[in-house]
Structure formats: structure tokens, C-alpha cells
Design a protein around this ligand. Sequence first.
Ligand SMILES: [Zn+2]
Length: 91
Amino acid sequence: MAKRGRSGRAYRVLRAHVQAQPYGWTCCRCGQPISPDYPPRHPRSWSLDHLDPLSRGGSLLDPERARGAHYGCNSSHGRSLQTAEPQSRAW
Ligand SMILES: [Zn+2]
């Protein structure tokens, strides 16, 4: 199977695979259940997380290493949220 990015069909299949597992709706970072009622990109919404950092050779599409996590818990590691704040310009 050719390796594709996060937008490919294989990635969506992986999401569905993880969400179908018994652990799929428990956050792998804080251990709390994840509710499907939150809109995408909400800090408490579901997101696909990887046990192995992709930057250290983790496989993007390995079902054995993929878990569900809160969007907020997932993005709070590795990538800083502080850079997302747009700066207001003083005119
Ligand atoms: Zn969490």
C-alpha cells in the first residue's frame, strides 16, 4: 500500500477502524471518555492520535498504534497551541 497523507481514503478507514474499537472512544492521553456530540476541532471532540510520534518513525496508518484522543489533549503535545493566536495589529 502506498503511503498517503492524512486526507487520503486510507486515513478515513483508519479513523473508522479506531472508532469501532472498545478503546476507540476513550482518550488515550487523559483516560476520559470522548463524546461524539462535540463539533470537529472542539477541544473535547474526537481526534485520531498516534502512540508513536510520526517524526520518530511512527506509521501514520498503523491501526495497532492509532488511538482516539480528545482534540485538545492530542494537540497539546508536540505542537504548541500558543502559536495559533493571531496578532492584532496596531494601526
Ligand atoms: Zn483527553
